[in-house]
Design a binder for this molecule. Sequence first.
Ligand SMILES: [Fe+2]
Length: 568
Amino acid sequence: MYILGINAAFHDSAAALVKDGRIIAAAEDERFTHIKHGKRPIPFSSYELPFHAIDYCLKEAGITLNDIQQFAYSFDPSLIDTSKESSNENKLNNNQTIYGEWDLLFSDYLKQAPAHLTDGYPHHLQKRFVDAGPLQDKWHFVQHHLAHAASAFYPSPFESAAVLTLDGRGEKVSTGYYYGEGNKLSTIAEVQMPHSLGMLYEKITTYLGFLHSSDEYKVMALASYGKPIYVDELRSWIKYDDNGIYTIDDIDLTSVWGKGRKKDDSFDELHFNIAHSLQKVLEETVLKLVHWLYEQTKSENLCMAGGVALNCVSNSYIRDNGPFKNVWVQPAAGDAGTALGAALWLAAQQNEYKSSRTKSFATMDHVYYGPEYTDDEVEKFLKWTKVPYRKMTNVAKETAEILAENKIIGWFQGRMEYGPRALGSRSILASPIDPGMQSKLNDIKDREDFRPVAPVVLEEDASEWFEDAIVSPYMLFVFDVKPDKADKIPAVRHVDGTARVQTINRKQHAIYYDLLKEFKAITGVPVLVNTSFNTRGEPIVCTPRDAIECFWTSPFDALIINSFLLEK
Ligand SMILES: [Fe+2]
């Protein structure tokens, strides 16, 4: 049975196609439309569906919309309170609102999604749209946090696990506690909006002059430069009741710290210290929640999802200080992952799965669920564009030689990644040996100077280069660079001595793994710098055309697409 999962309510619009418990395809709409995050999370854009991502999923399976038996949409508009009795004033007073006076519009837009999918299917994509008739009978709205929880538990390597979801907002919930066992996922407790660690992080992201619901990872990077000056203040705003429930005071930040930073202002100590204090308080609060969840479940496994679970520093704090033996985080932990989660949650409700005492879903051990291109397709395009290129005989070896010459390359291989991280399919790669490489890359990508770049390391060599490193294929955890290796890979060592590591094995991505092997053979270093193949404000590239456009308009030295090398 084909189930199509859709995320579209807020942002990070995405689609995921699941068949008989297996992931067939999953992708974010931004990669096709070139609009970062798909859209801004505002009520007026909530009707927009990820048509391009949906279309790609259908194409990958060679099917049309008619072949989809069930549709799972990762937000349930019936859970938003838009009744007349609940006036806008009341709603605003108790803050049980998402968009204030626009909640009704928001909820109406979402309810019309089935009709929009059939009637709005773009003309140029209609090859894969055959009149599917009304979809209402096949359509399911899945509670947002259940979708996050399902995305964390079902593809995890565990038969049973505690599950924690943390994001900005759902219909009413901001934090969810669950227990998964076999195909069953039960809710233990929920924290209601407006109390939300995600929204607190967003609010401070805005205060620091960044774009909320987008640039939170920059605040995390900024935190490493600060001191915990404001932890007492931040702590005092968060009240925790020892039952897993917390509240957060609605504080006017300008009354505490003065006027916020504007987008183009420079950074000073205040900004670094606020970011640092926020990070510390986030970590200690999440740790409390995790301890409470452990007491309820006594499981040795923890799964996490939701935008806050993209905070790799906080994840690592939980891993190192929490009560759980194993921690698995859904790599598409943000809202994009709810497309997959909604589809998996719906699959688990089907009769054939309901009775099963063991989990019927394949473990997700990579994120390569997006489009790929054959050598024939790529070469046809290269010839058409008249760009100079040559076909390589040994891609891994020749690319490693280029990297060992300290050149910076675009690397385009295999199926595109699902989730926010480039993990070797659409990456910019460089040597970590050059201490100046971080600033060179930040310059090439037009990024802020404080932004770190991250390493990919051969899985079998990870523990030799990073303290207590374990398998970590998604860059969702940090590890300390071993002191005796620090001067060998200076480019990937953040100011606090850590690195956000991706480990890679051959099963996950053969050519990427082979490249690291060859680089190690030349340099003795089994590590490369891996950053996403995009420039500032642009989503990660998807097609060979995107890659070539990005390459020729940025100062990279070379581009490798499949077997083909383009050099400047
Ligand atoms: Fe979410």
